[in-house]
Design a protein around this ligand. Structure first.
Ligand code: K7E
Ligand code: CUA
Ligand code: CA
Length: 633
């Protein structure tokens, strides 16, 4: 291959390209961090060494990047971070790393009343009734391999589920319980247009897991589950014998890749690490669709399950459904380069990353012939991100470093060579994922990189034995200066992965559109506001606004089942109310123009002050009404 990637040429081109993008940021004041970085670099700034070596082997000084976003200015990017076993999603601004919002997904969350009103309560009940989940991989929908800002999908590793978040309202609006998954780990959509949402089953179990084959692990398996994005429906599964771990999509709508660290089909650590090699599993999605179409599946738990195991007759012919590519023992992350050319698997137990040329999978008889490079990056490589300038950035969990390397140089070099490595930078400490801006799309922005460190150790004031994680922001836009560590940000346990999306690609609503809600809007008109009784069921509809609820008091009988539907009729953004009822576990958030319903039992006679928990005006404390529960005779 021709060596056309002179560092100087490329960085010049990229600076121009970045300037060309400025109009896209038109509604956002954009700090000139590029200029700041270049100026400081020219002055030979004394900022800490990055570990970048110049051609003479000398350490170069880092550029002094200004990532501050002063009060009143907005960030250039949204970052959506998973919350791990907190079960939520966190929304950061980049580069400020300010946490702007949390979006509860699998967790009940009181600030937003999530899991308290009837609709969100039922959504959690109908998807298993759990009160927590383990989110790892938040991925934003794409059209033509660019973020379209419509949906965010995320897995639940704890209970085998996938959730959808509506980015118009930044709210979870649907959850699918995947019946053939115990733990859904990897998550991604089929590119270029998010045709499917994929959940990747990590934990091998009997399928169905109904008491059969309890202690016969050779009969266990995993599935890749495919869902449609809208409506969010489960369509089919593909079964494999090994386990599946992380996943990412090719850019052409054909291949989906996952790693597998348990080709041994073991159940103990020593069994799962016994073999010298495991797999990157490549799913040929059009072939699988053909099999589903032709009825070549078994239905398990109501889901069509196509047999993608190595011995499957469907894998026999010239165009197998699933291809198994050997990679060194116990790999972890797999991610596709922005140009769609390569899938790169990180070695974890092996100090290398393996480069698979995706087009080759359609050409070669032996899928191992699609492996076109293997670069020695260091100890414990977990995940790899891209800057769109031909560089890969891989986290080294064991070495506590990020290594930057040249992808084409790695394809040209001998297998196992260290030569393609450009730079290693310390991180603090023990990184898992790292995410570069829009690196999961064809539009990698090449400026910001977030490294999600599992340990923070000495980086923050001590807070007892539970430590925060440490999310570190790097500037990667200057290849001459090298990676620059810009910011440490403590994170509540425990982010795993993130997606960084240019802010102008989203268009969130600041007030509800009542037409988007299932429940009818309740205006202040008399006929809209009523208290109705049917046996021991009481149904109440009322509006609310600054500084009162539709009724000053509501009288019910002990033992009544009470349903209150309420609309916040405010039209002004950022004026939220809530309906909180002490000692009844009632806590419903009501944003402007939002209608919610909540059902509870009035089981103790007494006076209860319904109140508003959002500080909405100077008379917020007076925004309260009495619930009078009369004793039963
Ligand atoms: Cu490496 Cu769940 Cu993507 Cu954690 S996974 S780090
Ligand atoms: Cu409404 Cu406080
Ligand atoms: Ca293994």
């Amino acid at each position: 291959m021709t060596d056309t990637h002179s560092t100087t040429d490329r960085s010049t081109t990229e600076t121009d390209a970045a300037d060309d993008r400025d109009p896209l940021f038109a509604r956002i004041p954009r700090r000139d961090f590029m200029k700041a970085g270049a100026a400081a670099g020219a002055m030979g700034s004394l900022a800490g060494c990055t570990g970048l070596l110049d051609s003479d082997g000398d350490q170069q000084a880092a550029a002094d990047v200004d990532a501050s976003v002063p009060p009143g200015e907005l960030d250039d990017y949204y970052a959506f971070l998973s919350g791990g076993h907190s079960g939520d999603i966190r929304v950061y601004g980049v580069p400020s790393m300010r946490q702007i919002m949390r979006i509860p997904v699998f967790n009940v969350e009181s600030a937003r009343g999530y899991g308290f009103d009837d609709e969100t309560h039922e959504m959690l009940q109908n998807s298993g009734g759990y009160t927590w989940g383990d989110t790892h991989h938040p991925r934003v929908s794409q059209t033509d391999n660019e973020y379209d800002g419509e949906w965010l999908f995320v897995n639940d590793k704890a209970n085998g589920r996938m959730a959808r978040i509506d980015l118009k309202y930044f709210e979870t609006d649907a959850i699918i319980d995947l019946p053939n998954h115990q733990g859904t780990h990897g998550a991604c959509m089929l590119m270029p247009d998010s045709r499917y949402v994929f959940g990747v089953g990590e934990l091998r179990v009997p399928i169905p897991n109904d008491g059969r084959d309890l202690d016969d692990p050779s009969e266990y398996g995993s599935t890749l589950s495919a869902m449609s994005p809208d409506p969010f429906d489960h369509e089919w599964d593909v079964r494999v014998d090994c386990n599946l771990d992380n996943g990412d999509s090719g850019k052409e709508g054909e291949w989906f890749f996952t790693t597998s660290y348990n080709s041994e089909e073991g159940v103990t650590e020593s069994e799962m690490t016994a073999a010298d090699t495991d797999y990157v599993v490549a799913f040929n999605i059009p072939r699988i669709e053909d099999a589903v179409e032709a009825g070549e599946y078994d239905e398990v738990n109501g889901v069509p399950v196509v047999d993608g195991t190595e011995d499957s007759p469907l894998n026999d012919d010239g165009e197998p459904l699933v291809r198994y590519i050997d990679v060194p023992t116990n790999p972890h992350g797999v991610s596709v380069t922005p140009d769609g050319q390569y899938a790169i698997a990180s070695g974890k137990l092996d100090p290398t990353c393996t480069i698979i040329e995706i087009d080759q999978l359609n050409e070669v008889d032996d899928p191992n012939d699609a492996v076109v490079g293997r670069v020695n990056v260091g100890n414990g490589p977990l995940h790899t991100a891209y800057d769109g300038r031909g560089h890969a950035y891989t986290t080294l969990f064991v070495d506590s470093q990020v290594v930057k390397w040249d992808i084409e140089a790695a394809v040209d070099a001998e297998m196992g060579s260290e030569d393609p490595v450009i730079e290693k930078h310390d991180v603090h400490y023990s990184p898992g994922h790292l995410i570069a801006a829009e690196s999961y799309t064809s539009e990698a922005q090449g400026d910001w990189l977030i490294v999600l460190n599992k340990l923070s150790k000495d980086r923050f004031l001590p807070v007892g034995p539970v430590f925060p994680e440490n999310d570190q922001l790097f500037y990667i836009g200057d290849d001459d200066a090298g990676m620059e560590l810009v910011k440490d940000t403590p994170a509540y346990p425990e982010p795993h992965d993130a997606s960084i999306v240019r802010a102008d690609r989203l268009d969130p609503a600041s007030v509800y559109d009542p037409d988007d809600l299932e429940l009818d809007f309740i205006s202040p008109a008399d006929e809209d506001n009523f208290i109705e009784r049917d046996g021991d069921q009481v149904h109440i509809e009322m509006y609310n606004q600054r500084n009162h609820f539709g009724f000053e008091d509501i009288t019910v009988q002990e033992g009544d089942e009470v349903t209150i539907r309420s609309t916040n009729i405010e039209q002004e953004e950022d004026i939220l109310h809530s309906l909180a009822i002490p000692e009844h576990d009632v806590n419903v958030k009501l944003a402007p123009q939002e209608t919610r319903e909540v059902t509870f039992t009035a089981d103790e006679p007494g006076v209860y002050w319904m109140y508003c928990a959002y500080f909405c005006s100077a008379l917020h404390l007076e925004m309260r009404s009495r619930l009078l529960v009369e004793p039963a005779d």
